[in-house]
Design a protein around this ligand. Structure first.
Ligand code: UDP
Ligand code: MG
Length: 321
């Protein structure tokens, strides 16, 4: 007769690592090697979910090879390039882990940090994000980042930590909350802060990218920055109001000034230069405010269209049910 087991074996907890990949063929082998080394030492089971964001090089072939030899590797092949934030979202949607780590595929985020993340998670933090101590990037980019994060912090309605990107750990509860958020504008570091729970930052030194070009072009970076600002602040809309008030007040004062001048002196009203300047100035202010409103309206349009966030071409590495 079979004996009943009295104690159930405790189920090992699962860590899911999400990595977006856009033309990272040079880095993938070494990334895989370093990452598995770190993960083997962790007291958890793990899966690595690579999201191929429409790479044009042989990244996908390399990933498929890895997944053939390692059943902890999974791949989501997106139908085209959807961008970094959307690729991460696609990855998050397919995680099964009790805890999820997001990291870049260019080794700028050192895999060793994952064990520190897990330690803090075990201490009870639901979100652990990495904070850059030093950036090994061009001066111009460093200044741009510095200014952007400080502006965002000043004007945003949510407390978004300074100098922290997407490299982070999130508990299942946080991941579920993120997934339940219907918004199309995925500024992950912003919505991650918005969620709340217990969050903590850990400092790290951000490496140079291991190989290849930066995949964030200037326009993509600008788009990310404006997404961050318009999704987390109403200040730009208020700027329109303030501008309107300032212009109205100035014109009122000017009117009074010219009236008095007219009464007490017989200087004729000055030439047309001032008129032209005022017309141009007002035209500029009006266009600017329409533009600001447009930024919001465009985003509302994106939301109401309710298009899916991404399209999956193929999923590889999941067990067939
Ligand atoms: N990436 C992506 N889709 C894109 C651009 C980038 O999946 O359209 C990935 C890229 O492969 C890398 C990560 O996002 O793993 C960060 O990109 P990158 O290193 O170029 O940006 P930065 O480090 O400057 O933030
Ligand atoms: Mg990078």
């Amino acid at each position: 007769m079979k004996q009943k087991r009295l104690t159930k074996p405790t189920k090992q907890r699962l860590l899911s690592i999400v990595i977006p990949i856009y033309n990272e063929a040079e880095t993938i082998p070494i990334l895989y090697e370093q990452l598995t080394q770190v993960c083997e030492r962790l007291p958890l089971a793990y899966e690595i979910i690579f999201v191929n964001d429409g790479s044009q090089d042989h990244s996908l072939t390399l990933l498929k090879e890895l997944s053939n030899n390692d059943n902890r590797i999974r791949i989501i092949d997106l139908a085209r390039n959807f961008g970094h934030q959307v690729a991460i979202s696609a990855g998050i949607d397919h995680t099964a882990g009790d805890v999820v780590v997001l990291m870049d595929g260019d080794l700028q985020d050192p895999p060793e940090m994952i064990s520190t993340f897990i330690k803090r998670w075990n201490e009870g933090f639901e979100v652990v994000y990495a904070v850059r101590k030093k950036r090994k990037e061009s001066l111009l980019k460093r200044i741009a980042y510095l200014v952007f994060y400080r502006i965002l912090r000043k004007i945003s309605s949510v407390e978004i930590p300074l100098d922290s990107g997407d490299f982070s750990l999130m508990d299942r509860r946080v991941v579920n909350t993120l997934r339940a958020m219907p918004e199309r504008n995925r500024f992950i570091r912003g919505i991650r802060s918005w969620v709340g729970f217990h969050q903590c930052g850990v400092e790290y030194e951000r490496n140079k990218r291991y190989a290849g070009e930066v995949k964030y072009t200037f326009s993509k970076l600008l788009r990310l920055a404006t997404d961050g600002i318009f999704a987390f602040s109403y200040l730009p809309l208020r700027v329109a109001t303030y501008l309107g008030l300032t212009v109205a007040a100035t014109s009122f004062l000017l009117a009074v000034f010219y009236l008095i001048e007219k009464i007490f002196s017989n200087i004729d009203t000055k030439g047309w230069a001032s008129t032209i300047i005022i017309i141009l100035f007002l035209g500029g202010v009006q266009l600017l405010t329409i533009g600001i409103m447009g930024e919001y309206v465009g985003r509302i349009y994106d939301e109401v269209k309710q298009r899916p966030l991404y399209v999956v071409n193929e999923k590889i590495g999941w067990m067939k049910k």
